[in-house]
Write a protein that binds this ligand. Sequence first.
Ligand SMILES: Nc1nc2c(c(=O)[nH]1)N[C@H]1C(S)=C(S)[C@@H](COP(=O)(O)OP(=O)(O)OC[C@H]3O[C@@H](n4cnc5c(=O)[nH]c(N)nc54)[C@H](O)[C@@H]3O)O[C@H]1N2
Ligand SMILES: Nc1nc2c(c(=O)[nH]1)N[C@H]1C(S)=C(S)[C@@H](COP(=O)(O)OP(=O)(O)OC[C@H]3O[C@@H](n4cnc5c(=O)[nH]c(N)nc54)[C@H](O)[C@@H]3O)O[C@H]1N2
Ligand SMILES: [Mo]
Length: 767
Amino acid sequence: MADRQRPSTDPGDSGIEVTPPKTWAAGVPGVAVALQHALREMGPRRSLKTLSAMNQKDGFDCMSCAWPDPPHRKVAEFCENGAKAVSWEADPLLVPAEFWAEHPVDDLAGRSEYWLGQQGRLTQPVYKSADSDHYTPIGWDAAFEIIADELNGLDSPDQATFYTSGRASNEAAYAYQLFVRAFGTNNLPDCSNMCHESTGVAMADSIGVGKSTVSYNDFALADLIIIMGQNPGTNHPRMLTTLEEAKREGASIVAVNPLPEAGLLRFKNPQRPSGVVGRGTQLADQFLQIRLGGDLALMQALCKRVLEAEDAYGNALDHEFLAEHCTGFTEFADHIRNLDDEQVLIATGLRPAEIDELADRYLKARRVIVTWAMGLTQHRKAVDTIREILNLLLLRGNIGKPGAGASPIRGHSNVQGDRTMGIWEQMPDSFLDALQTEFGFEPPRKHGFDVVESIRRMRDGEVKVLFALGGNLVSAVSDTTVAEAAIRRTKLSVQVSTKLNRSHGVVGERAIILPTLGRTEMDLQASGPQFVTVEDSVCAVHASHGAVPPVADGLLSEVAIVSRLAAATLGDRVDVDWAGFERDYDSIREHISRTVPGCDGYNEKVRWEGGFVLPHPPRDERRFPTVNGSARLTVNQLEPIVVPPGRLLLQTVRSHDQFNTTIYGLNDRYRGIHRGRRVVFVNPDDLAELGFADGEAVDLHGEWTDGVDRVVRDFRVVAFPTARGCAAAYFPEANGLVPLDSVAERSNTPTSKAIILRLERATTPRV
Ligand SMILES: Nc1nc2c(c(=O)[nH]1)N[C@H]1C(S)=C(S)[C@@H](COP(=O)(O)OP(=O)(O)OC[C@H]3O[C@@H](n4cnc5c(=O)[nH]c(N)nc54)[C@H](O)[C@@H]3O)O[C@H]1N2
Ligand SMILES: Nc1nc2c(c(=O)[nH]1)N[C@H]1C(S)=C(S)[C@@H](COP(=O)(O)OP(=O)(O)OC[C@H]3O[C@@H](n4cnc5c(=O)[nH]c(N)nc54)[C@H](O)[C@@H]3O)O[C@H]1N2
Ligand SMILES: [Mo]
């Protein structure tokens, strides 16, 4: 077993040290940190086995992000943060049997995510009854019976909600949505509701498909790549290699971000000798330090410049593409021509010359890719902003041709696959029809609850059971205080998990934890070893094979858990061979091939070397399955965020040492933060104006139209070169500042990147 010691105390933030931020990413420190982490957490043998199998064709898919694998893989096809994710999961340290007696539920709720994650892997189902404040071990069958009884005792299936985090495999996700719909509800909220939902809504409007229109190889063919609202150096580190290759092929790169993120500026590739020493590659040719929420204005300004160039020279638009494939040009052009340039400068905080330069680059490039992530999706106007990116691309035919396209970069490694498999509270009728034909039951048609709506309904006592396939909902969702009270009001909360997190401490009247196999682990069933399948950010589907023996006997796979729960709950109410699902995952894939669009021949295709790519009509044939069968130029209203005097606009971001709510360590190397997380980054000029000094202890107050004073206490001010008027703090510590009802229009995604912030001197500063 591991030499690693469980931390006895919960390390706080008291010794925070701040050094100047880095201006380059990866390189030797990245690899060294990766190996240190792996060896410390897993020991040498498990480290070698896991790291050498990561992202290889016969290995497992790294669970740290959804960045695609290159067609020609290197021996070490992983990054520092992928290694951290694997080390965290494949951790051979086990939560000991006596743990549950020593730590009542409230004790767990008082611990940090870091401490919880360090306790080791969960190995046995545990149950907290209504009259106990402790979990106690329980058998698998008994656990399934408790859940089944509670579900079957509800007045309506809609009184339960079934969350999914985007790490679930396609097989687990498919079985899960089938169970939930056979049970009788579409309440299938998922992490995507808090993540790329705005992308899906916007792209479906504009081009009819909510997924990236580019393939891996397109990056090397692009003339220009615009990276908006994304921090790839930390969150998609392998993307830097792709960008470096694109640069070598002649692409220019533009970064649009309020923060000068190290990975966007300069990259040292650990996989090339020249990257390990020397200055590395300068990545961004232009960096636009935009204000939070300014991207809609920037896109409109660029569209306007394209129209002006067309007026002047007659060659800026792709007339053929517009005539053949697009509708809405006249209304769109009328609207954009009236854009108020003053408003653009206020909203973006940019100088006209900077916008001109980017417009110039855009007009000169024949093939343009725009990528984006959470910096765009978690704003009130997120959907409109992304629709405006599509407008800009459509004007010059940058969709459905090599080297060009719209490329949302997904977060969780299989969040996109889970959607394809039916994890969505609003799956279209065509999908439900297919389920009905295949399985002979009538799936519910009424749309279900997404994440925010599920929390509201729990808060109001209408949803009484929360079941979560992975994730850490209470920490991930907005308005922490409201979310905690909501979940505590349920009658039963169930978590399927690999490791402890806050969602095991903030629970319903009764609670169950079901431990599961991770993706690194071999999955042996009655018919033999099993593999699962996943879909990456560019719609490539491939197999993932566990590489190391499970940390303990008796753990069930997610497929087994879902199948057994379905059998226990539904009995013979529907005609599905749940036991067959668990025995042989091919049987699930047979159903997938008959019911999920683009997946015919699934069992065969996922066995092809490297897998297969799902069809995508706009990408493949410039066919646009929108409401009117064309690509649609849309009209979007610019409504800049108004920040009252004396306030800042706060975003919540990830550090370099975390995966969402999982905290690997207390450092954020690239931003120069060490041994702590309760920091707020503010521009030095704003600090001076507001009368605060670097290093001061402050409370963060969130302001919103409902007048509620949301506050998180005792943060250290860090003077940082972020855009003027903007601030940043870490997710999830600052989630309490985001009101539950402050969501993106239409996608209902919490506005985690736009909180009106008031700083006040700390009322209870640490000494
Ligand atoms: N190691 C690691 N990898 C991860 C994750 C992780 O936590 N750790 N999480 C995974 C998940 S689920 C996801 S969704 C992705 C997240 O990947 P990212 O979206 O890169 O994650 P964030 O840390 O939220 O960073 C948001 C970025 O957008 C910028 N930004 C914020 N607001 C705006 C804005 O208004 N305009 C512009 N132009 N920029 C803005 C921020 O400064 C920051 O650089 O990463 C995935 N990969
Ligand atoms: N303020 C703010 N809030 C945000 C964001 C933000 O940028 N700012 N980002 C949002 C985004 S983009 C996302 S995607 C969500 C993330 O929301 P979630 O997906 O719910 O959160 P994670 O932290 O990724 O979940 C981690 C937990 O998953 C469990 N786990 C890990 N591996 C497995 C596995 O293989 N199987 C099972 N069953 N469980 C496993 C572990 O117990 C771990 O503690 O958070 C959102 N919340
Ligand atoms: Mo995400």
